[in-house]
Ligand binder design. Sequence first.
Ligand code: CA
Length: 225
Amino acid sequence: MKILLVEDEPKVAAFLQKGLTEQQHAVDVATDGPIGLRMALAGTYDLIILDNLLPGLSGLDVCRQVRAQNSAVPILMLTALGETDDKIRGLDAGADDYLVKPFAFQELLARLRALVRRRPEASGNAAVLFLADLTLDPGSKRVQRAGQPIQLTAREFSLLEYLLRHKGRVISRVDILEHVWETSFDTGSNVIDVYINFLRKKIDKDFNPKLIHTLVGMGYVMKEE
Ligand code: CA
């Protein structure tokens, strides 16, 4: 695996780099937040290990900005003992897991293996879908807009997934009924419009640009503008 390690403590960074290299991983090290962010956005990493307390930009901010760029790269946050709130904020910021320092190297390896197993790309059809700063992960069932987690019901999730799989194309209400509700008998009802409005409230209302567009008499299209 190609791993980006963002860690400002030289001893910890050297220890982890050595251990991971011995496990046949290629490891790039960044020693502050801004460099880490730049490398995370520029590189094609399989995984990012991100310390939280960093010079220049916190690990949380790096994480948020990486997610805002539609990147679904697995991120493991490292937090110091006692930073309980940071664990939760780390997950909110889009981290996939966290590890409290000090930790055993074997535990780090186990977490990395679990993260890579969970990677959506590993299961074929489950690649992360995105449009602008909206991401939907069919594997973990997570939706984010601008790095913020969005809670959807199962039906809303299915509807959004269907629309995103066909982004840029006009989708009729009949298409949606057949593929999301798996029925076409109810074309007269406004159930689709109701659910589209639910989705709009959650993913468009507080954000720009708007992504769900209605074409009167034709259906809906998801696009940026
Ligand atoms: Ca640190």
